[in-house]
Design a protein around this ligand. Structure first.
Ligand code: TRP
Length: 329
């Protein structure tokens, strides 16, 4: 019973969409049987960029936890928790800040990039600079060995490894393992307009969308713009509908709609109907679990409390050693 430990978190920054599900959550779910998994809602991280308007954090934290469970994360298999309910993360963040050179944080590529992208917000804050350090505390407080993340998070993981090593080096210990990125190859989910599915492009299918909304969103998708009349032939690669077929349809269906598009043998509506059927069967169990959980808010609360208490036991164990190592106990 010495399973390797996986940890990952997600910021509660709005609604979860199909891209998040296929790109991250499905992978988290599949890791549950092979690893000792810790998954959490990074609500403190949401404040690093959203501190000026915290009015949505509580709701999106709830919603993200709900979606974790609806996607298939199982509190009997994994430790599922809320970051701010395990305050030990903050203590480790503080202690790590003592040994972290400023230059390391300033050089993280996402630091300048995000500041430029979110120009309207004042991100010349200490908390924003320390974002990857808080993330490091999240990871190493559980002595996680594997961190499933998207490619965009790799620079953060790199600095986490450096900080873990620096701690070990300064205090002549091998207490913290090197956390390794688990970069899984998963298909990029394109959105309703063919660009990457993203909340900010307004091109997403959300887990919170009802079947009626999903149906309507797919029916309204654009296809190959050259295919104006039913009798025009099309190029499936130019159709955002086909991009989604690649993820949700069977190889046989995929081949058949591609052929139908190229020969004008199938109309765009019929092609979309096949996609709708497949997206529905993918989402149906998730819709069912969401409804179940929405009708039992106490269960959700219980899961958050129990999971966070469980996480805190491991986190506290780590902190006892860290305090000792840093001369505090
Ligand atoms: N920064 C991650 C995101 O934006 C969330 C996160 C916080 C995280 N702490 C983490 C991910 C620790 C992996 C490990 O989605």
């Amino acid at each position: 019973m010495n399973k390797k430990r996986v940890l990952s978190g997600m910021q509660p920054s709005g609604m979860v969409h199909l891209g998040n599900l296929v790109g991250a959550l499905d992978n988290w779910v599949s890791l549950q049987d092979r690893y000792d998994c810790f998954y959490f809602v990074a609500d403190w991280h949401a404040l690093t960029t959203g501190y000026a308007d915290p009015s949505n954090i509580k709701e999106s934290t709830n919603d993200l936890l709900l979606n974790f469970l609806a996607a298939g994360l199982d509190p009997d298999k994994s430790t599922i928790f809320i970051q701010s309910m395990v305050p030990q993360h903050a203590e480790l963040h503080l202690l790590l800040s003592m040994i972290t050179p400023l230059g390391w944080l300033e050089r993280v590529p996402t630091y300048k990039e995000k500041q430029d992208n979110l120009e309207e917000r004042d991100l010349s804050t200490y908390g924003f600079l320390g974002y990857p350090l808080l993330q490091t505390a999240d990871i190493i407080i559980y002595k996680a060995t594997h961190v499933p993340v998207g490619i965009d998070q790799m620079p953060h993981l790199e600095i986490s490894r450096e900080i873990a090593r620096r701690f070990n080096h300064i205090y002549k210990t091998d207490f913290f393992p090197d956390p390794e990125g688990l970069l899984t190859e998963f298909p990029k989910v394109s959105g309703l307009d063919g660009r990457k599915m993203s909340k900010s492009y307004d091109n997403a299918i959300y887990l919170a969308d009802t079947p009626e909304i999903v149906d309507k969103k797919i029916r309204q998708m654009t296809t190959d713009p050259a295919r104006i009349r039913r009798t025009d032939i099309g190029d499936p690669e130019k159709s955002p509908v086909y991009q989604l077929h690649k993820i949700f349809s069977t190889p046989a269906e995929l081949a058949s709609v591609a052929e139908g598009c190229k020969s004008a043998g199938i109309g765009c509506i019929d092609c979309k109907k096949i996609l709708i059927k497949n997206v529905f069967s993918y989402l149906e169990p998730i819709w069912r679990r969401r409804e179940e959980l929405i009708s039992r808010p106490d269960t959700l609360r219980d899961i958050a409390i129990k999971g966070s208490q469980k996480a805190a036991i491991t986190a506290e164990e780590t902190m006892q050693t860290v305090r000792q190592i840093m001369g505090l106990s």
